[in-house]
Structure formats: C-alpha cells, structure tokens
Design a protein around this ligand. Structure first.
Ligand SMILES: [Zn+2]
Length: 170
C-alpha cells in the first residue's frame, strides 16, 4: 500500500553535535507551516519513558524513525500537529535555515516531564533554565504554542479550569 502522505521530501538529516549529542538538522530552507517530519507510530507503550510521546492523558507511544532524535528548545522552530493516524507530525513554526537544528519544545507533547535532567542547555535567549512540561508553562507561552501542541494538553487545561470554576461557585 502506498501512503501518499509519506511522499514528502525529507529536508533533514541526523548529525552529531559537540554540545548536545545527536540532533536533526535542516538540509535546505524550510518554510513556515511546512510539514518537516511525518509522524509514524511504532507502538504503544504502557508507561511514559524518555523517548515516549504522550498522545493522551494516559496514552504514550513510541514514534518510528528519527522524530525521537529531535532535541528540545525553549524557542523551538517546529511544533506538533496530530495527523490522521494519531501520530505527531512536526511542522515549522517559522522559516528554518539550511543547517539550522530542527527543534521542538517537549512541553508541546508532555503535560509533565519526568525523565529528563532538569537543566536545559538549549541556549535560546528565552531559555526557561529547565525542561518543563505543559502544566508549568506561562499563559503567554501556551498562547504562542496553541496551534502547535498535542490537543489533549488543551483539553486537560480546559478540564482543570472547569473544575476550578465549579469549586469557586460552590
Ligand atoms: Zn531551554
């Protein structure tokens, strides 16, 4: 079976970096909103672990291919869109230059971060200092990421807000 969606041109490759180990780098310029990496689910896993992606409140999967090699940044050039298989596609949030590292924010897919060293070395001027999950982001960052995150995070937020409001009204 030929999947039409897999026919996107790959404009990235895996490279070793002195600072961060392996990373994914653009091999040519990528435009804003362009699909950069196609998400394919390899398998579901019972628990969160360091390479798992959270795709629901209690659901974690492993993505096939090189998506798990994409490093975190507190000022990422990519975000997440869920595709029709339920996997996470990586989409450019802005123009990405040739040789620029492809990055996303782990908070775009994980409500909390349990498996990474807390110190962040992404080097962005907006670096939060530690790798934190969605629940710890400021409202301002949540707003700027809102179209580029796993949708269940927004659902969890709205449930928390509803609960708080109903408590206040009691
Ligand atoms: Zn950072």
């Amino acid at each position: 079976m030929i999947n039409q969606r897999t026919k996107i041109k790959e404009k990235y490759k895996l490279k070793k970096t002195p600072e961060k180990g392996e990373g994914i780098f653009a091999t040519e310029e990528i435009q804003e909103n362009e699909l950069v990496m196609l998400g394919v689910i390899e398998k579901s896993v019972n628990q969160n672990h360091s390479h798992a992606s959270q795709v629901g409140e209690f659901k974690h999967v492993l993505h096939a291919g090189q998506i798990s090699k994409v490093n975190h940044s507190c000022d990422p050039n990519c975000g997440i869109r869920v595709n029709d298989t339920g996997a996470h596609d990586f989409v450019a949030r802005r123009t990405i230059d040739t040789d620029e590292e492809i990055t996303f924010d782990y908070a775009m897919r994980n409500y909390s971060i349990d498996f990474f060293p807390t110190d962040c070395t992404c080097g962005a001027s907006e670096c939060r200092g530690s790798i934190t999950g969605w629940k710890s982001l400021s409202e301002e960052i949540k707003e700027s990421y809102s179209t580029f995150v796993a949708p269940y995070l927004l659902e969890m937020d709205s449930r928390v807000t509803t609960r708080v409001l109903s408590l206040q009204n009691d």
